[in-house]
Design a binder for this molecule. Structure first.
Ligand code: ATP
Ligand code: MG
Length: 470
């Protein structure tokens, strides 16, 4: 008797947990998305909310994008929403994008898929009748649930709800064969840990270490763009350090970024880079700069009577970082934003620095990069735990001084000089050429010593006097 009632209690408790989860999720699905599901069901199709959105709703995080899975074929989906279709390239793989009010919803036919031998797209997709088949192709249990909000029915064959509660990332099915189909999933394993602050299941991690040691070429097949997107999400995640340490531990990092091989052999340096990532604001270019800033240290290390030195490690690091960012197909503009920070991260950070020197630094790196450099230095200091107080004071002093200089418009760039290259050529009788640029630079330096000098009159007088002296 006691047993029976105990079971009943346990069952009732499980039911409460299960239903309360759904009850919390239902009101947070936008009506527009629910109506897409409703319209498909009205035509006799099945339709479920699936993937990352459902996971995020359970976690009370705002979903990034909305996915609906259905047994309707792509043509049939198009017939249901003739005037709300968005032109989209996914149809061949079963995805039709529908505009639900303002919200784009990707409606995808239940499918199974083959291996990604080109690392971009599955070799084949096969449409299926059941949502369970569709869920079984998905990467992780927490991403492999489906909810019919109208029937209030959750389909969860791989116990994704339980893993969400335990905060675990675990593959659907055998990790080795799932990574064999698509090696990108190994990176996604760490990306979700970093973004959600979950832990990775140990068996899954062992499989990754095994792949990394045994068949490192597996990841070579994955397109650089897909790798880049996963790394970007990982780096900006709230638990970025956790994800990065996993990549290091399993050997994945050196496979995707061989530039890190010497760093990984110096665990204190690797840990310093990760700690800098954790300490810096979660903006993409700052996170990358933090991760890469000391990449040049192993190659430039020297030792003499006075200690260990890394002369020129910024330049060496910048070169390695440039290769890495280009391989991942970052835009040149983005790469330059990161590289300037790597290149300049050793800027003198001395409380005694003069306004002139600060203005010149601002002019050299640009105003935006200047504040980024301060942030990078701050994170660098926090991450090394060294000379914390002195450098910290210098930095906060810098920030307010630079802000004051900006307010007084005393920070200039070359284009803000009150004269231009034509004036220089006219006064000095020069033809276009590098000499003109050199003299503009000279004027600029003269002005940074005293911004009051930046008037057309005074600059022309300066040029006249220069001419007289020649
Ligand atoms: P995000 O919030 O970053 O968009 P997400 O979980 O939605 O996270 P997506 O990359 O948008 O991730 O993929 C949507 C869904 O498609 C995933 O939740 C997962 O079910 C499935 N999926 C995506 N990529 C893969 C893959 N490489 N292998 C298996 N399933 C995948
Ligand atoms: Mg998504």
């Amino acid at each position: 008797m006691v047993m029976v009632s105990g079971n009943r209690h346990a069952r009732a408790r499980r039911f409460r947990e299960w239903s309360s989860g759904i009850n919390r999720v239902l009101p947070r699905i936008p009506g527009e998305v629910t109506s897409v599901i409703e319209e498909l069901k009205a035509r006799g199709f099945q339709a479920f909310l699936v993937g990352g959105a459902l996971r995020d709703l359970f976690l009370e995080r705002p979903p990034e994008d909305w996915d609906v899975a259905t047994d309707a074929l792509p043509d049939q989906v198009e017939e249901v929403f003739p005037d709300r279709l968005v032109v989209h390239t996914g149809k061949r793989f079963g995805t039709v994008r529908v505009l639900a009010g303002e919200i784009p919803v990707d409606v995808t036919t239940f499918r199974r898929e083959g291996a990604y031998t080109d690392g971009r797209r599955p070799d084949w997709v096969e449409f299926r009748e059941s949502v369970a088949d569709d869920l079984s192709r998905r990467d992780f249990t927490v991403n492999a649930m489906a909810l019919d909000p109208l029937a209030q029915k959750l389909v969860d064959p791989f116990r994704g709800r339980r893993d969400l509660r335990r905060r675990v990332i675990r593959t659907v099915g055998d990790p080795l064969s799932r990574f064999g189909e698509d090696a990108l999933r190994m990176l996604r394993f760490y990306r979700f840990q970093a973004v959600l602050d979950f832990r990775g299941e140990a068996e899954t991690e062992r499989a990754i270490a095994q792949v990394a040691a045994g068949d490192p070429s597996l990841l070579a097949k994955v397109s650089p763009e897909r790798i880049r997107e996963e790394l970007n999400k990982l780096l900006t995640g709230i638990a970025a350090g956790k994800g990065l340490r996993g990549l290091v531990r399993t050997g994945l990092l050196t496979i995707i970024a061989p530039e890190f091989a010497p760093v990984v052999k110096t665990p204190e340096l690797m840990e310093h880079l990760i700690a800098t990532v954790e300490a810096i604001k979660p903006e993409l270019h700052l996170r990358w700069a933090a991760f890469l800033h000391d990449l040049g240290k192993p190659a430039t290390r020297t030792q003499d009577g006075t200690g260990v030195h890394y002369f020129g490690h910024e330049q060496a690091g910048e070169k390695l970082a440039a290769v890495l960012l280009e391989r991942l197909r970052f835009s040149r503009a983005f790469a330059e934003k990161v590289l300037i920070l790597v290149r300049r991260h050793m800027f003198p950070c001395d409380p005694g620095m003069t306004d002139t020197a600060l203005r010149r630094l601002a002019a050299k790196v640009g105003q935006e990069a200047l504040f980024d450099l301060l942030e990078l230095r701050r994170a660098d200091i926090v991450a090394s735990g060294n000379h914390y107080h002195r450098a910290w004071r210098a930095l906060s002093g810098f920030a307010s001084r630079i802000q004051a200089l900006l307010r007084e418009e005393k920070v200039l760039t070359l284009t803000e000089l009150a004269v231009n290259g034509h004036d220089v050529m006219a006064v000095l009788g020069l033809a276009p050429g590098p000499e003109v640029g050199r003299i503009m630079q000279e004027l600029f330096y003269w002005v940074t010593e005293d911004p009051e000098r930046n008037t057309r009159e005074r600059l022309l007088r300066y040029l006249e006097e220069k001419k007289k002296k020649e």
